[in-house]
Ligand binder design. Structure first.
Ligand code: ATP
Ligand code: MG
Length: 448
């Protein structure tokens, strides 16, 4: 038995919360093989949280006492990744089961600033629970006993629908300020409340966000946008001032347009730019919810900047529009390190928008590499800007008659997502980035 862990007061109750059929069989295989090899192994983190809530986990992670090298020895279909902290990816086709060794919380770095700079010590299962961000993310699932192992009262917080940091929230946010964005992401996505102390800490140390690397902040921003609750996430980020710390240049760009105000204020004060952003985010959420497809980062950038371009999207002359997009996007995108490729795609699809509204002027567009992304953006705009859907129908019909392999420079699948499965090189597997884990980028028809 695990010292200190609550294996729940009423095991049957928590066990019953988790439906076996919702658990990925490959994740079960990974756990079983590790157990058979004599190691401890559990499902862990977000997947246990989602299973408990009756949701479908995006991906399944495993925590184990085995070291990465030992994991590698158990699974031929695995690869060790990570420089600072090594872990293993176990592959099942396109699916990845991330399998990590129990890790200890970082030791006191001896400085006044608790920001984590070294985070690479192995530990026990209990250590591993306590180094995690929120109580609800620190649950382990024991597949043999079919029970949840809970060191941090995560189940109680799941029942009470509370986001609470493990330990002192001020310290935990200072250690890794990205956790503040994560707190709001989970609150929005799950419709949970922040625990009062967690909320107070967020207000106290929000400016620490500035210490995070731009790459992590940008990735978190994209994650919020892909969450299906982008509008709510952005609203909360704005309400807690985090958006201004994450991306000051973007929020500032709204100043000449009446500011980036809340949806209610935008409605009451007739602030078109902010109003348009909320409408685009709502359209994005609806799209993600209905198609389960994740738009390309370039489409996300178009959604973020189209509200600032405003009516010029349809009214300005081509050259003027091009310069305006460039002037609006360049400074904030450079500030946050947005990839040039994503910026360029956003520019292309915003430029294509007007031509797509008048199909007779858009001949040849369907051959463009960015066509499906432009079509997706048109669909979102029709929704967000209350445009007439006639043009959308025209292009959707055209898209339906074109097979992806007929397209010049086709990206395949028609979804235009970065996350699509890449063709595997002969003799080796491509390294996957975090986003492709478990395949949250299922290809879907961008024209829906
Ligand atoms: P999602 O459904 O969005 O993937 P998740 O909880 O699985 O949610 P991940 O980013 O996949 O989130 O991380 C997996 C787990 O790793 C989390 O559940 C949490 O236990 C831990 N974790 C992730 N990021 C942090 C962090 N910044 N600090 C501490 N623990 C973290
Ligand atoms: Mg996850």
């Amino acid at each position: 038995m695990l010292d200190g862990a609550k294996v729940s007061d009423a095991p049957e109750a928590s066990a019953q919360r988790i439906r076996w059929r919702d658990i990925d069989p490959d994740a079960v295989k990974v756990v079983r093989k590790l157990l058979d090899a004599g190691h401890e192994a559990y499902l862990v983190g977000g997947c246990v949280r989602d299973l408990y809530l009756g949701l479908h986990p995006k991906d399944f992670d495993v925590a184990t006492s085995a070291t990465p090298e030992q994991i590698r020895r158990v699974f031929r279909n695995s690869r060790i990744i990570g420089r600072r902290f090594k872990l293993a990816h176990v592959f099942f086709g396109a699916k990845v089961i991330e399998t990590a060794t129990f890790r200890a919380p970082p030791r006191d770095n001896g400085e006044d600033d608790p920001l984590i700079t070294h985070d690479n010590e192995y530990g026990s299962i209990e250590d591993d629970a306590r180094r995690r961000d929120f109580t609800i993310n620190a649950l382990f699932y024991d597949i043999e006993a079919r029970d949840i192992v809970d060191f941090c009262d995560g189940m109680a917080d799941l029942d009470a629908r509370i986001i609470r940091t493990i330990g002192d929230p001020v310290v935990r946010f200072q250690e890794d300020p990205v956790r503040m964005i994560r707190a709001l992401k989970f609150a929005s996505r799950l419709d949970f409340e922040l625990h009062p102390q967690t909320r107070a800490a967020l207000e106290e140390v929000g400016t620490d966000i500035e210490k995070c690397s731009r790459a992590r902040l940008l990735e978190e921003l994209y994650k919020l946008m892909r969450s299906g609750k982008a509008r709510r996430c952005f609203e909360m980020m704005l309400a807690y001032d985090l958006l201004g710390y994450v991306w000051p240049g973007y929020v500032k760009a709204f100043e000449p347009h009446g500011g980036l105000v809340s949806p209610e204020q935008a409605h009451a004060t007739q602030t078109p730019a902010a109003h348009a952003l909320w409408a685009y985010l709502e359209a994005l959420d609806e799209y993600v919810a209905t198609t389960k497809h994740v738009p390309d980062n370039g489409v996300m950038q178009a959604i973020l900047f189209a509200p600032l371009v405003g009516d010029d999207l349809v009214e300005a002359k081509r050259g003027q529009l091009d310069s305006k997009i460039d002037a609006l996007m360049t400074p904030p995108c450079v500030e946050l390190g947005v990839a040039r490729r994503d910026r360029e795609l956003a520019r292309q699809i915003m430029m294509a928008y007007r031509r797509m509204l008048a199909p007779s002027r858009g001949k040849g567009l369907a051959h463009r590499q960015y066509f499906h992304d432009a079509l997706l953006f048109l669909g979102l705009s029709v929704h967000a800007r209350d445009e007439d859907g006639g043009a959308l129908e025209h292009w959707q019909k055209l898209a339906a008659t074109r097979r992806p392999d007929q397209e010049r420079g086709s990206k395949g699948g028609g979804g235009g997502s970065n996350n699509k499965r890449k063709r595997r090189r002969r003799g080796g597997r491509r390294r996957r980035n975090g986003r492709s884990k478990g395949g949250d980028g299922k290809a879907a028809n961008a024209s829906s």
